[in-house]
Design a protein. Structure first.
Length: 274
């Protein structure tokens, strides 16, 4: 952290989850392990929008494209490819978009709706398997006063629990709910497409600066953040918005800074403290 830069600009690298030094291998105290993070999310979003704009411009100029090239199914496929690059093709989200788009595209433009009678049963089976394979558990937490640390009551939480310092959440045609308990939270990556996610950081803590990169396309994200954290939004909103709805107590701690980066298109990010 320099005198001219209020943030620590050495943010995490996605490869750190599997590339951290082992503090037990040295007799000396290990300093926090950071790498410079190359944030390229805005570049991929820009290329995605430029590609769509170029195709429509060429069509307006008289160029002829096959009908399926400008269909909503192709939009899902391209969006899936975009998210795949964005997430290094990790996780199932990008693949779901490509499969859904491909299924409907082949059915409408090549099989002339011959698969229509099978789509609804397949969707029901997929939804059932989703709920079976991803059951949610219920947890009970003792809430604390952020200033004194005294217990203030109990709260029931239904969702997933994470102790990781770096989170990775993807919501496509659905929702994700996650509570973070890490006391050295450093940020992460969130992708919401036609869906939403809720990340609860009320039981977490940070030291210095954490960076959370959010991509919300026709979707939204809710962040539950302690009221004394300093939140800096650097996200680009296109027909969307980032709202900080926390109740300020006038005791913002600038040593605990959460920087929001990313892109919001036809969506939103809500920041709350309860």
């Amino acid at each position: 952290m320099s005198e001219n830069n209020p943030y620590n600009t050495e943010f995490y690298n996605k490869s750190e989850k599997n590339d951290r030094p082992d503090p037990t291998t040295s007799g000396t105290e290990q300093r926090p392990y950071f790498k410079e993070r190359n944030a390229q999310g805005h570049i991929w979003v820009g290329l995605f929008l430029v590609l769509i704009g170029v195709v429509y411009l060429l069509k307006r100029m008289g160029f002829i494209f096959p009908d399926f090239m400008l269909s909503w199914q192709m939009f899902l496929i391209v969006l899936g490819i975009f998210i795949g690059f964005r997430k290094n093709f990790q996780g199932p989200g990008w693949l779901i978009l490509i499969l859904v788009g491909s299924l409907f595209l082949v059915n409408e433009f090549f099989l002339f709706n011959a698969l229509r009678k099978f789509i609804f049963p397949i969707a029901l089976i997929g939804a059932g398997l989703f709920f079976i394979l991803r059951p949610k558990k219920t947890y009970e937490f003792i809430t604390q006063d952020p200033n004194t640390g005294d217990p203030t009551g109990k709260r029931t939480y239904r969702g997933s629990i994470s102790n990781e310092d770096i989170i990775d959440a993807t919501s496509i045609f659905g929702g994700t709910k996650k509570k973070v308990l890490s006391k050295n939270f450093r940020g992460g990556d969130m992708v919401n497409v036609f869906g939403g996610s809720e990340i609860d950081l009320l039981q977490a803590d940070i030291s210095g600066t954490a960076v959370l990169e959010v991509t919300a396309i026709l979707g939204g994200a809710t962040l539950l953040i302690p009221s004394h954290w300093n939140v800096v939004s650097e996200a680009v909103a296109i027909l969307g918005e980032v709202k900080d709805k926390r109740v300020s107590m006038g005791n913002v701690d600038t040593t605990k800074t959460l920087v929001l980066k990313g892109t919001v298109i036809l969506g939103g990010i809500d920041i709350k403290s309860f």
